[in-house]
Design a protein around this ligand. Structure first.
Ligand code: ACO
Ligand SMILES: O=CC(=O)O
Ligand code: MG
Length: 724
């Protein structure tokens, strides 16, 4: 921890003060005094209210615990349960219907449905890649993954696989942008003439047949002679598809149509994450996160790194100019619309101490600093912009119920006033990922009706909270079975239904959760189409490649039409189903099932935590016991930790058994990381801070606030950093 400096009654770590004053403030028109006064007001006036909201969470949790204990194993009565939840104020009364009033938002939020990428903002290389993931090659995504059913080959280019890629892409075009009376497979030449796409089809005689698009309106634009002979833009459900015709390339020269690649508009929006996927425990870490976000908002972030023996410098992509189908200039955005996820209301951070020496609320700090950084985009006079509606999009996670949403809105009211921004510049994304928010979703949206820009089912945290909230109700089903439980179906359906009923269409996104198996792209192509089919404007993907493949789902499904149908069909999932607790009930698990579940959870926790604690890496790909690489972050870790705590609490397993699994799996995780020169093994000593952190998450998981992983992770990471 560095020296502290005094600012408006706050004791601020010097590194953070320097960042704010020398990097973030200049160019915004905000004076340093005004900034620190504003932040001090936020911390001193809203800080106590923040703590009171957390105390309310604890009070409700202990009332829930007592209620379940008092049931003493009697059969669960859902009606009694619901009455009790209303009595204690866990469920709040639902008010009359309303529509949100958010001012106009950017087209990526309001009108076009597509993938939403998430990236740890602390990793500049990944963050830049994510910002540029607006566009990606379909050919590369198919060739380089298992998307077509078989694993990507290593070694030189395989022409047979290449041919399958091209066939896949052309079949997809036949499905989503068909030619009039012909197939893309039969095209021998492509061009645009008089504002119309012209495809030459090999005929029987010497002269080719000329055909156009079945729907000529799908031609969006073109250009000649830049990257390729022709770059032709099609538009399908609002998303652009670019056909590159270039016979000078190996792929184009081998293709009858001269098609050298198909690029897709993919990650329409990206969340720069300061939360679940990062490890930020002090000023040094916060400055890294804020600094990258600032660079993205200024447009000058760059990162130089070695890739395959080459030095690469990565910067943000520019926009591109085309001729539109109407003959007028068409500028196409080269970067994803960037949102920033702040932390929630729980954590504090030592980067700032208040006048009583308490750590400042991290969410308050994030709100003020991330919006300040975004002012560089709002103030930019030329060059590429993030928003065209003078908006700053802040995603707010892990809130419990409408009072916490209202509190978040108040924070942003104060931030706007302190920074001299028009009220409602900040648009808020509500992560529906805590049970009290799902159960009171309509009232949560009402609390943010002036500035809500998205609701999203963060089902991973939500599953962790499901287990924690009902910890005393009994042992829960294994985590793999959670997705088949009534509560989660109701949760997903109600989120869409309530979002539609509250008028989110045309103003705000209704989003769905993460695909957490980054290497299983065939499975994603098969399964994740359910998200647009469910009426979601966007759904989370873990990587740019996944964004490209998931984009194809939005070509196939017309989300606007699905939303119409769903809204017309009326509400589906019920509150009663939502409140169904996923306990094992009378179901007996075999010894093998229990062992597999314990081993799997333990392996995931250790594999994630060891990199978090020792290397400050907040999101990792960790193999499960079947050797499938899973995206692990704070939320997936919360599920594993809560699942084990719950089984320990109810005697499904005992401490020696879990400890034995921890030791066994630590050796497995050590082997998995053997190639990492920065890795410090946990076995055979089992005394490292990382190993202790994993133990805390499991053995003290039941008493963590809402079952969050952050308090343990932060404390142990700080301990590890202090030890050097
Ligand atoms: C519950 C929740 O809150 S979910 C939201 C939080 N989760 C996330 O943000 C997930 C983000 N994803 C990631 O961090 C990573 O994809 C991981 C950790 C899952 C896997 O990382 P790795 O094992 O390093 O990925 P892998 O080796 O397959 O690919 C690395 C390449 O893909 C790119 N990449 C991978 N993920 C991303 C991403 N999210 N954004 C941008 N680029 C990415 C990297 O830039 C790198 O390419 P480069 O060499 O050209 O820079
Ligand atoms: O933040 C996302 C989640 O699923 O949790
Ligand atoms: Mg989450």
């Amino acid at each position: 921890m560095g020296q502290r400096v005094e600012r408006a009654g706050l004791r601020v770590d010097e590194a953070l003060a320097r960042f704010v004053e020398e990097k973030a403030l200049p160019g915004t028109g905000v004076a340093a005094d005004g900034f620190w006064d504003g932040l001090s007001g936020l911390i001193h006036e809203l800080g106590p209210r923040n703590r009171a909201l957390l105390a309310r969470r604890e009070q409700l949790q202990s009332q829930l615990d007592d209620w379940h204990i008092a049931q003493g194993g009697a059969e669960h009565d859902p009606e009694d349960y619901e009455t009790f939840l209303r009595e204690i104020g866990y469920l709040v009364p639902e008010g009359p219907d309303f529509s949100i009033e958010t001012p106009p938002t950017d087209p990526e939020i309001a009108h076009v449905a597509g993938p939403q990428l998430v990236v740890p903002v602390t990793n500049a290389r990944f963050a830049l890649n994510a910002a540029n993931a607006r566009w990606g090659s379909l050919y590369d995504a198919l060739y380089g993954t298992d998307a077509m059913g078989d694993a990507a080959p290593k070694g030189p280019y395989d022409p047979a696989r290449g041919a399958r890629v091209v066939a896949w892409a052309k079949d997809h075009l036949d499905r989503v942008a068909p030619l009039a009376g012909s197939s893309w497979r039969d095209v021998r030449g492509l061009s645009v003439r008089d504002g119309t796409l012209v495809a030459e089809i090999a005929g029987d005689g010497a002269d080719p047949r000329l055909v156009g698009l079945a729907d000529p309106g799908q031609l969006a634009g073109w250009k000649q002679g830049d990257l390729a002979e022709w770059q032709i833009l099609l538009r399908v459900h609002g998303l652009l598809i670019e056909l590159l015709v270039d016979r000078s390339t190996p792929i184009g020269s081998a293709d009858p149509a001269g098609l050298s690649d198909v690029w897709l508009e993919a990650a329409l929006s990206t969340i720069m994450d300061c939360e679940d996927s990062v490890a930020c425990v002090d000023a040094e870490d916060k400055v890294l996160a804020y600094g990258n976000w600032l660079g993205l908002m200024k447009g000058d972030l760059e990162e130089t790194f070695d890739k395959g023996g080459r030095t690469v410098t990565r910067r943000m992509n520019p926009d591109s100019d085309y001729t539109g189908a109407d003959g007028r200039p068409l500028r196409v955005k080269g970067r994803s619309l960037l949102l920033v996820r702040n932390v929630g209301h729980l954590m504090t951070n030592p980067a700032i101490l208040d006048r009583d020496g308490h750590e400042a609320g991290e969410g308050l700090m994030d709100a003020m600093v991330t919006v300040l950084c975004a002012m560089h985009d709002l103030r930019a006079e030329n060059g590429p912009r993030n928003t065209v509606t003078q908006s700053v999009y802040v995603v707010k996670p892990k809130m419990h119920g409408p009072e916490e949403v209202a509190f978040a809105c108040e924070i942003f009211d104060r931030v706007e006033a302190a920074l001299g921004l028009p009220r409602l510049t900040v648009k808020i994304g509500i992560m529906d990922e805590e049970r009290r928010t799902s159960a009171n979703l309509k009232e949560c949206i009402r609390a943010a009706r002036e500035r809500v820009a998205f609701i999203n089912t963060g089902f991973l945290d939500r599953t962790g909270d499901e287990i924690h909230t009902a910890m005393e109700a009994g042992p829960m089903v294994p985590k793999g079975d959670m997705k088949q439980q009534p509560w989660i179906r109701s949760y997903e359906e109600r989120n869409v239904d309530i979002g539609l009923a509250c008028g989110l269409r045309g103003r705000a996104q209704i989003g769905k959760g993460m695909w957490a198996m980054p290497d299983l792209m065939a499975a994603m192509l098969r399964d994740k189409v359910v998200h647009p089919k469910a009426g979601a404007n966007c759904a989370w993907v873990p990587s740019p490649t996944a964004a490209v493949l998931h984009a194809t789902h939005y070509h196939v499904v017309d989300v606007a039409a699905r939303q119409e149908e769903i809204a017309a069909g009326g509400p589906r999932g019920t509150l009663r189903e939502l409140l169904t607790i996923p306990v094992l009930g009378g179901r007996n698990l075999s010894e093998d099932e229990v062992t597999a579940e314990v081993d799997n959870n333990v392996q995931g926790i250790l594999g994630y935590v060891v990199r978090w604690i020792d290397q400050g890496i907040g999101c990792s790909k960790v193999p499960d016991i079947h050797d499938v690489g899973l995206m692990e972050d704070r939320a997936t870790c919360r599920i594993s930790s809560q699942a084990l705590s719950n089984w320990l609490h109810h005697g499904v397993v005992d401490e020696p058994r879990v400890m034995a699994a921890l030791r066994r799996m630590a050796a497995v995780v050590d082997r998995q990381n053997a190639g990492d020169p920065l890795y410090r093994p946990m076995a055979p000593g089992f005394d490292s801070v990382a190993f202790q952190a994993a133990c805390d998450l499991i053995f003290k998981g039941r008493i963590q606030p809402s079952g969050y992983t952050e308090p343990v992770l932060h404390r142990r990471r700080a301990e590890r950093k202090a030890a050097g």
